[in-house]
Ligand binder design. Structure first.
Ligand code: BGP
Length: 478
């Protein structure tokens, strides 16, 4: 492809505080959810989906890689300089709520935490990089989880309001692009991550998740309204995990099922946050699943008034759906469920690689909402090998990214208004779902390993130079 992307296209990379910063006890920070999640695929994935999660830190049993992460807390200057060297226009990071309000429910913020992000934003601006800030990225303050039961509890709406008011006011001259809740629609799959509670039983999972989501919808809409008041030029988006749902075959029963799955997984949250109302299909879904929401006076008005300016989403995979699975097909699908797609290869973690699915996702989202779109996560988690001369030849990562960026170009040709792309884990960091260092996404290698060893030294992978050229040519050189 020799075509350039639209002028001003926001190329960059994405991260989250808990997977990046470390310094988990420094600067007055309180513990948050990620601090109690153990490292290691088996331990973490199992715990994320279980009911009745134990929120204590047990170092005799588990390791906790997020405590140290990749030490961005101390090394942000060096890391931002490397992002600048690649030519980043934008850098996505999250603010750790518990750095600002260590317990989440205090009246007054923690000045040291606020000052840390001041320094980070200043450093980014020094290099001409625009920050894109996620307000909540799987890091609910632990106290809010233990004391209040996470987002099931309505009180979090007002604690969140205090938090967003504080950060909007503080950073109003430094941050223009904001996202409210990371992958908000992932909540029903893994309520622990997004909603900060572990369901008591499978029976209460849906009821509690949708109630928690309702609270987040109100909190998000309030944040949008507040943000527009405090920072008139701000652009505030929602953030979805998007996986187009394919029907396994042309059996109309399967096609209808796939459509309904897509509605509830991909569109439910977007419809509320972009259109400002619960979608038409919610009523029947709630009825059939015995979900009864506590919606208070004024909530629906708030949701209507606080619709987002743009839609951001993560894209890693599609999902292939079948209404009735054979016993062999159960558990053969992706992270997001479904059945195995015979046309797709999968990553070492079983995530199916589907660049065309990204073009489909872009068209589906734009076709439904006609609002600007930003891809704020995409990438390949892979094992990297450091050669004797220190080089890291991650051609597999380049191939993955190239194929996806090509389809973004196609979608733009299709007429989609795509404004930016921040690939996930632009610098190696701790994996969210498996708590591993060895699942690497970065252009920048970090010498840190699952067994806790490593110097934390940073080095440039082959993809670093490739991405630099992509950005310099505005997408023409792939
Ligand atoms: C998304 C999360 C990120 C991130 C990414 C990759 O779901 O928003 O926090 O980590 O997925 O997932 P993983 O780290 O599990 O490979």
């Amino acid at each position: 492809m020799t075509k350039q992307f639209p002028e001003g296209f926001l190329w960059g990379g994405a991260t989250a505080a808990n997977q990046l910063e470390g310094g988990f006890h420094e600067g007055g920070k309180g513990a948050n959810l990620a601090d109690v999640l153990p490292g290691g695929k088996e331990a973490r994935l199992g715990l994320l989906s279980q009911t009745g999660f134990d929120f204590t830190i047990d170092e005799s049993k588990y390791t906790y890689p997020n405590h140290e992460a990749i030490d961005f807390y101390h090394r942000y200057k060096e890391d931002i300089a490397l992002f600048a060297e690649m030519g980043f226009k934008v850098f996505r990071l999250s603010i750790a709520w518990s750095r600002i309000f260590p317990n989440g429910d205090e009246q007054e913020p923690n000045e040291e935490g606020l000052a840390f992000y001041d320094r980070v934003f200043d450093e980014l601006h020094k290099h001409g990089i625009e920050p894109l800030v996620t307000i909540a990225h799987y890091e609910t303050p632990l106290h809010l989880i233990k004391e209040y039961g996470g987002w099931r509890n309505r009180k979090l709406v007002s604690f969140f309001e205090r938090y967003v008011r504080t950060i909007f006011t503080r950073y109003k001259d430094k941050v223009k692009y904001w996202l409210t809740f990371n992958e908000i629609n992932g909540a029903t799959h893994m309520p622990l991550l997004g909603l900060g509670f572990s369901p008591e039983s499978e029976e209460t999972r849906l009821q509690d998740s949708f109630q928690g989501l309702h609270h987040q919808f109100v909190a998000s809409a309030q944040a949008v309204k507040l943000g527009h008041e405090i920072i008139p030029e701000s652009q505030i988006g929602c953030m979805l995990i998007y996986a187009p749902v394919y029907s396994y075959d042309s059996n109309p029963e399967n096609v209808m099922h796939a459509r309904a799955e897509s509605d509830i997984f991909n569109f439910f949250c977007g419809d509320v946050q972009v259109r400002g109302e619960y979608p038409y299909f919610a009523k029947r879904y709630f009825k059939e699943n015995n979900i009864e929401l506590d919606i208070q006076d004024g909530d629906l008005e708030t949701i209507k008034e606080g619709t987002v300016d743009f839609i951001s989403f993560s894209y890693y995979m599609s999902r292939t759906d079948k209404k009735v699975k054979t016993p062999e097909e159960v558990g053969q699908g992706n992270l997001v469920g479904g059945v195995k797609n015979p046309f797709l290869e999968a990553s070492d973690w079983g995530w199916e690689i589907d660049p065309v699915g990204l073009r489909i996702a872009l068209n589906e989202l734009y076709g439904r909402y006609e609002k600007p779109l930003m891809i704020v996560e995409n990438g390949l988690g892979a094992y990297d090998k450091v050669e004797e001369d220190g080089s890291i030849n991650d051609d597999y990562r380049i191939d993955y990214l190239r194929a996806h960026i090509e389809r973004m170009g196609e979608a733009i040709e299709d007429g989609v208004d795509l404004i930016g792309y921040t690939s996930w884990g632009c610098i190696d960091l701790v994996s969210a779902s498996s708590g591993e260092y060895s699942k690497r996404y970065g252009y920048i290698y970090v010498d840190k390993h699952d067994d806790g060893t490593g110097t934390m030294e940073r080095s440039r992978k082959k993809s670093f130079f490739w991405y630099k050229d992509v950005i310099a040519s505005n997408g023409a050189n792939l």
